[in-house]
Design a protein around this ligand. Structure first.
Ligand SMILES: [Zn+2]
Ligand SMILES: [Zn+2]
Length: 116
């Protein structure tokens, strides 16, 4: 279990295959009544493409989730979060407060670590 995090990641989230059927289903779950995943009480899992991390959504009215290290269903070890690297990299680029600043587009998705 990690710390409680809060981020607005309302950008588009591409469908992606995860460790197992259950996880994939949960993360790609879309509710017609709640376009924002954090507003829907039926949503349990969250995947952050920019950090490559998984979390359990906390329904407190914000966009919070608790990061998890293992899949709740198949028990597989999930990938290492790239959160620290994300902040380090942006710091190097001169973004000291990236959650408040206009950061390069690739940092809003998995692009920044997937392209070589
Ligand atoms: Zn809903
Ligand atoms: Zn799984």
């Amino acid at each position: 279990m990690g710390e409680v995090l809060s981020f607005d990641e309302s950008g588009e989230i591409k469908e992606k295959r995860h460790c197992c059927e259950q996880m994939t289903e949960r993360i790609n779950y879309k509710c017609s009544q709640h376009p924002n995943v954090f507003d829907c009480p039926d949503n349990l899992m969250y995947y952050s493409p920019r950090f490559n991390e998984y979390g359990i959504i906390i329904h407190d009215g914000g966009s919070s989730y608790i990061t998890i290290d293992y899949c709740c269903w198949c028990g597989v070890k999930l990938p290492e979060s790239k959160r620290d690297e994300w902040f380090d990299r942006l710091q190097e680029l001169g973004f000291g407060n990236p959650t408040e600043q206009d950061i390069p587009k690739e940092f809003l998705s998995c692009e920044w670590y997937e392209k070589t």
